[in-house]
Ligand binder design. Structure first.
Ligand SMILES: [Zn+2]
Ligand SMILES: [Zn+2]
Ligand SMILES: [Zn+2]
Length: 105
């Protein structure tokens, strides 16, 4: 995961915005960004970015929103990550139990 792609929307001020959202008129310099934004107007949109924290299950349309959610809700929470499969656990006992079996199958 790279950090640099996160701020594209904020950093495009000096670029001409050629693509306008037909729903709200907001301008975008990339067609892809406009299409991504336009999907947020669709009430039946799929939310591809799921929070990986245990017992949360929140889903977001944009990676940016997921990141904000994690920083706002889960920041400061101690998360134990499996060193083998990177699966996060909020409880140390569950994490220990998982690590004992993970990768040994
Ligand atoms: Zn729009
Ligand atoms: Zn969450
Ligand atoms: Zn694991």
């Amino acid at each position: 995961m790279s950090v640099s792609e996160e701020n594209e929307e904020e950093n495009d001020d000096e670029t001409e915005k050629k693509y306008n959202c037909p729903e709200c008129g907001r301008g975008f310099n990339r067609k892809f960004n406009m299409q991504t934004h336009r999907a947020t107007h669709d009430p039946n949109r799929v939310k591809p970015f799921a929070c990986e924290h245990p017992n949360c299950g929140s889903r977001f349309t944009r990676k940016h929103d997921l990141k904000r959610h994690i920083n706002g809700i889960h920041k400061g929470e101690k998360v134990h990550e499996c060193t083998v499969c990177r699966k996060p656990f909020s409880r140390k006992d569950a994490w220990k139990r998982h690590i004992a079996t993970c990768g040994k199958m």
